[in-house]
Design a protein around this ligand. Sequence first.
Ligand code: ADP
Ligand code: ZN
Ligand code: ZN
Length: 774
Amino acid sequence: MPYAEVAVDAPIRGPRTFTYLIPNHLSVTPGQMVQVPFGPRMTDGVVFHLSETTSIELVRPIQAADPLGSVVSPIHLDLARWISDYYLSSLYSAVALMLPPGLRTRTSSYVQRPDDSALDSLDASLREAVVAAFAPRKSRLAESVLRRSVGAQHHRTLDRLIRSGTLQRIWAWSGSRPLAIDVATPANRAATSESALVPTSSQIEALTAITDSIQAARNSAYLLHGVTGSGKTEVYLQALDRCLALGRSGIVLVPEISLTPQLERRFEARFPGCVAVLHSRLSSAEHRRIWWAVYHGQYDIVIGSRSALFAPLSSPGLIVLDEEHDWSYKQHDPDPRYHARAVALQMASQFNAVVVLGSATPDLVTHNRALAGRSIHLLSLPYRLDAQTQVQEPSRGVMAGTMEGKSPRRLRDPGSGELAVPPGTGPVREGKEQASVTVVDMRQELREGNRSIFSLALQQSLMDTIARGDQAILFINRRGTAGVVQCRDCGQVVRCHSCNTPLTYHASPERLVCHQCNRRSPVTRRCSNCHSQRIRYLGLGTQRVVREMEALVPGVSILRWDRDVAEDADAPEGIVDMFADGKAQVLVGTQMVAKSLHIPAVTLVGAVLADIGLHLPDFRAGERVFQLLCQVAGRAGRGPSPGTAIVQTYRPDHYAVALAADQDYTAFYNKELEFRREQRLPPFNRLIRLLYANTNEATAQREAEHMGRVLAHQRRSWAMSEVDIIGPAPAYPTRVRGRYRWHLLIRGPDPRLLLDKSDLPEGWVVDVDPVSVL
Ligand code: ADP
Ligand code: ZN
Ligand code: ZN
């Protein structure tokens, strides 16, 4: 066919393609990368489909086609179209999620070395600069390199010389070439695998529902609601086993942070040689190697964070999102601002696959859909399991003795695709107590004269835990030593010069850091407003907690785990492994420690200040604090001894804090749902957020206000009374990286209707179903 419909790498909202002529010497197929002219330049594109005819008169030809041929499957192309349509991102940015790593931006411009006569026509200083740039005798140079070396004063002359042809510009593909991949089957594939555990009766119930759907290749979705340690991962493993037995593959998504070596080992032990792990800490060479190995069908299971969803598996039958409520499933920046849950549900409908969403604290919207039971079905694992608790076989009523020191009972025949035990007859270890949770009112502590960051109850528990030889985790929802730096005389808070966010004090090395734009400044000794030298550091962070812990129990061994440490490439894994191996008695960390650690010797968890985050101007603040605190409480008591969690707060009466302490999801759900109903927020309505940023404050405000009027006008003229416009207002924080931010929310059962009626100029960011409205 002579014409190709191509998604081009240009800022176009929505799933639009452009028509190009396929020259005779090129062979082009859907899913292939091409190079096409777009406006004055050459750009990257992906072919979506071919056609016999076109209504367009002047059709430009494709300049080059990737010799790799098609790298995106037809189903993935459809998925890209859906993403681009739903999230209003360019089609190219959506399909780029599915391209081999390193190939998103390939086309760049080069300048040919000018011959001597062309050089002679340049004025002296430019000639010198050009000659220097091309030395030693390069035949061509990337245009960006040339521009950098001749300096900005010559850019306009360069443009003119390129236009007139004195300097010849050529477009070519740059960037990493795919590795040649050896398609041999991995050597250890036949190695013996660890067998499945004998499922409990609730696991059997969940597995039966899930595997029936997999078996029938019936598109369906399940919410697997169960506290940490209730056996969700075991359900994923056995469902995957069935999926693989049917010749299909599986994807398991986890929040970036919980992708620990422990988890990888658990999957690898069950499916040796079949598991590919994709995450952001891979080197680009490793990432490319694994992606191509998946492409060639060498792995049946892909585990990874958000983007692993787009791994090139040919026929996924099961997609798992563990901790489905986690915010990291939403891509925040750049476009497409997709949510992995929504994309997984869409993808499963295309592949006739099954989605399993696992969580102890499901997203309110997911849970609401599961209760309605139409599109998502609810499955519960109501009890916590542990290998060390007693085994009971209810069908015979016999106690089978304790499991201490032994491995849990396993099914004999892994991979048979059959559950070996009929419902109700499996050994059950259900009903282990949740950790006991104590809420401490820090206002009361202060009134009673305790100025420490640890309440008396926490101090006592810490000392007892250490003395017993157990482990403790201290959790704080923030990094750095102090939050805000404030003048005690005039009250001025030290803020970031470029985004106006309060700066955070860090002790080693000593400096102030902006947590919004990462700008670093020296520590302030004098108030810039009133010149007072009485500066104090408010709030607290991990380093401060470590210091106070050292003071409380001198000589105690402490490890710290937060984003500062985690940025050190392999530190986080090392730290968790060290703590799990008992190398230290106390682990101090930010929200990272709240996630998916299986450490039996931890008997005490302290949330040093639970209410941080509760007062953010975001309707999901309460839900977020609830989820975080539930996870923290879930840390304690994973092993045989009972666990304790101590939650310190200035707002013990706030329902998110109080109900998290009770670990009462249902009560929280009902309360929060009421609030959402009153406020007409999700799940009762949907939101689209529009954000505009500009270095000029007045411009940002004017643009936002103009947009507000345009939307209001459209709303009136189409009589869309069920849609509201909230704002415009300054976003929070108001300035990021030197740009002032203003935003608007469109709220309604289908806010898209209004947006489709209104033109959105360039520069506006559209966030469909935002997870944060700050
Ligand atoms: P979750 O994913 O909900 O946190 P896991 O699947 O990790 O729960 O299970 C928690 C612990 O219980 C693990 O140590 C796991 O090996 C064990 N476990 C899970 N299911 C069973 C079972 N059916 N029999 C014995 N032990 C089990
Ligand atoms: Zn001052
Ligand atoms: Zn900043």
